[in-house]
Ligand binder design. Structure first.
Ligand SMILES: Cc1cc2nc3c(=O)[nH]c(=O)nc-3n(C[C@H](O)[C@H](O)[C@H](O)COP(=O)(O)O)c2cc1C
Length: 159
């Protein structure tokens, strides 16, 4: 399948998960690109004020994996602005993940994920899976592996 991993990542955490995912999915025969969403001012916290600079084109992908950090107990404003300007996410397999510093999903990750899902669903998406990586949790490596295994399992099952 043709897979796009579309991420916002400033300090590299979300990117490092994307790279592990890419390696695994390529080893299973998929075509996988990582594309980065960027903004003129990465620190802008208000989605409506974000000026996007890197705007990945996603129409050619069968599968989209969106990854973004939690910022201020919310989905990063850059990813929020990017998802809000996409046209349609219908008829694609969609996975979403977030990374956050704090050790438990209740500390912003769950809220950010709800926001991410809501925007995707407002674009017609059916969400096939989600994951949260808590960077300061001792189980971080396991969390990353679980997300990768879930996505690869769902994609291999459905061909
Ligand atoms: C402005 C800002 C706000 C943040 N707010 C939160 C937060 O509310 N909860 C949390 O767990 N981590 C928070 N973080 C930490 C990031 O979510 C975490 O380090 C993430 O993995 C960074 O991803 P990246 O390296 O891909 O940019 C914040 C980081 C920044 C820069």
């Amino acid at each position: 399948m043709k897979i796009g991993i579309i991420i916002h990542s400033q300090t590299g955490n979300t990117l490092s998960v994307a790279e592990k995912l890419q390696d695994k999915l390529i080893s299973e025969g998929h075509s996988v690109n990582i594309q980065r969403v960027t903004a003129v001012d990465d620190g802008q916290m208000e989605p409506s004020k974000v000026q996007l600079r890197g705007i990945p084109e996603i129409s050619s992908y069968d599968v989209l994996i969106f990854g973004a950090p939690v910022r201020g107990f919310s989905l990063s404003a850059v990813m929020s602005a990017y998802l809000s300007q996409t046209r349609s996410l219908k008829e694609k397999k969609i996975f979403c993940y977030t990374t956050q510093f704090f050790p438990f999903p209740a500390m912003g990750g769950n809220r950010a994920m709800e926001q991410m899902k809501n925007i995707c669903q407002s674009k017609g998406a059916n969400i096939d899976g989600t994951g949260i990586v808590n960077w300061s949790n001792l189980r971080r490596g396991k969390m990353i592996k679980e997300i990768i295994d879930e996505i690869s399992g769902l994609l291999s099952y459905q061909g």
